[in-house]
Design a protein around this ligand. Sequence first.
Ligand code: NAD
Length: 478
Amino acid sequence: MDKFQNLIAGQWTGSDDHLININPSDTNDIIGEYAKGTAAQASDAIEAAHQAFADWRHSSIQHRSDCLDAIGNEILARKDELGRLLAREEGKTLPEGIGEATRAGQIFKFFAGEALRIAGETLQSVRPGIDVEVFRQPVGPIAIITPWNFPIAIPAWKIAPALAFGNTVVFKPAELVPGSAWALAEIISRAGLPNGVFNMIIGEGAEIGEPLLHDQRIKAVSFTGSTKTGAIVAEACSGRNARYQLEMGGKNPLIVLNDCDLDNAVNCAIQGAYFSTGQRCTASSRLIVEAKIHDEFVEKVRLGIDDLIVDHALADGTQIGPVVDHAQLEKNLRYIEIGKGEGAQLLTGGETIERSTPGFFQKPALFVATDDTMRINREEIFGPVASVIKVDDFDQAIAVANNTSFGLSAGICTNSLRSASRFKSEIEAGMVMVNAPTAGVDYHVPFGGTKGSSFGPREQGGYAKDFYTVVKTAYTNP
Ligand code: NAD
């Protein structure tokens, strides 16, 4: 079996303990054995990032840009192979895996440009004879903690801006998907960065998290993952005045109005709710449908679900891969029972299915006759499960959509410009979609949510610098 190590201070470093990376489409397929880092090794990685920061913060923007461009080019050149690895360890389909790898390459190339564009301001002082400059500086060593559902794109959209703006990094990927993280780290390790500028440590959240969250040498933490872990990050960082950024769960609504293009609405619902096995923070798990179109919409979604091909992520034609692991499958099945127990009607799906390989396959599920008090409409399930809530009109649709602790993404299907405009203004979400699925975003514009879904400055695009730089104001009396 292939064995993989962690990257600490430029050295590949082993460990006594290992994580076994298993293919969720075929549990007989072992991808590799990954060194399970310890808290002491995490501390070594922090020290390396701390030491390397002294010089890297003054490195030339051309050098940083060239490194990021080289990383982006290599990822793009190897997108098929990386996409295949990603699909194999996470379970998204091969086209989705290749798409994600491509996205990661594009992100590095975008931030290769951003490294050159970092700008400040010169202003006049209210005091005669004084000059005022506002400029941006790197923050310091940054901990980057990522979830399993986008194993290469999310690390890319945190690591690339961190390095672009002169920070050093300790990267802690999710335990379930160390393969893509290791491949990314290996590419970064050959891109010309000095030792210690980028470190990666695979391991258990609580063990590696302890030093990453509490060590004073870590000046900022960028976290994407569950709301529960986000709260731990927030408490640790606010307690010691470290900067932090959280991207967490969602319970994203898709509103379907009577005047929509029905086929497009059905497509948005199926794409948004079930593709990537529903394991996207931006997935549409609540379909809020106006009464007149409700029955026709529901019937078409049901037929669409029954046609979906659920199979091995690497098989030709698969549209929905497996659930990521046994624990997540159990959680999905538990929520199916919770929904039924709450009185929701399970119209189709929800059951596990057998395929030619042993994997965690589940038929996408659709609940109808639900309301917004039910747990299936209030808690993030993070699987291929969606529910329909019937509403009387636009106003009720907005009220139901906003009746949630989350606020990441939201969508509406309508042909009314007035409804679309009101929706964009009144919905409580960081990303809003009109006649498009709630999942599926660009890489050069801000990403993030409101309410319980996010905290801190936006990620991605030109807005990323708000987290990865510190603003300084200089007064000069020449
Ligand atoms: P998770 O919170 O279990 O784990 C995320 C990361 O945190 C992992 O690397 C894990 O090892 C680490 N971690 C766990 N305990 C820790 C601790 N005590 N200290 C420090 N780090 C710790 O989340 P997950 O199951 O990997 O991911 C699924 C969640 O991620 C879902 O809730 C999903 O909505 C969310 N997500 C959000 C976005 C977004 O941008 N809003 C994007 C993707 C996924």
